[in-house]
Design a protein. Structure first.
Length: 159
């Protein structure tokens, strides 16, 4: 675990690593909404500042892809740690890196969506200080069906 480096994801990095990211997500039967190269490589506000990737020897072991939702909020679109690396704190490191950048930029909120039925992920976010702000039913043919929690973490005032 010590040789896994967290790198801020750049546009070039997204292009370089996108095949690995897609392969990881395609191989995971739990992932509900398939991503394409376009999802990984698309430019979004703040994406290249707040997103990071966990690699060793050019192999992807995890990532956190985010963008700036508004002046005060960064949204986590996708966070993932390869199953072989679960339980070693890699997800916490990815979140901590993003929070450090948010604090430098005076971002006060982080948001994400998660299925309530995914108890491990749901409870992990709560343990990291996130709180449920709202739940809604998510029901489309393209995505997993179920209750979705809109989860937020307030980083507090940075003044």
């Amino acid at each position: 675990m010590n040789n896994i480096e967290l790198i801020t994801l750049s546009k070039d990095g997204a292009i370089f690593y996108s095949d690995q990211i897609i392969d990881i997500l395609d191989s995971d039967t739990i992932v509900s909404n398939p991503w394409t190269r376009q999802n990984v490589e698309i430019d979004l506000p703040g994406k290249w500042r707040y997103s990071s990737i966990a690699v060793s020897e050019d192999k992807v072991h995890g990532f956190c892809i985010c963008s700036r939702k508004d002046l005060a909020t960064v949204h986590i679109h996708k966070i993932y740690v390869h199953p072989l690396f679960l339980g070693y704190g890699l997800g916490k490191r990815l979140i901590a890196k993003m929070i450090d950048v948010c604090m430098c930029d005076e971002i006060t909120n982080i948001s994400l969506y998660t299925f309530i039925s995914r108890k491990t992920a749901y409870n992990w976010y709560l343990k990291l200080g996130f709180e449920v702000s709202k739940t809604l039913d998510f029901n489309t043919r393209a995505f997993m069906i179920g209750k979705v929690a809109i989860i937020k973490r307030n980083l507090g005032e940075t003044n």
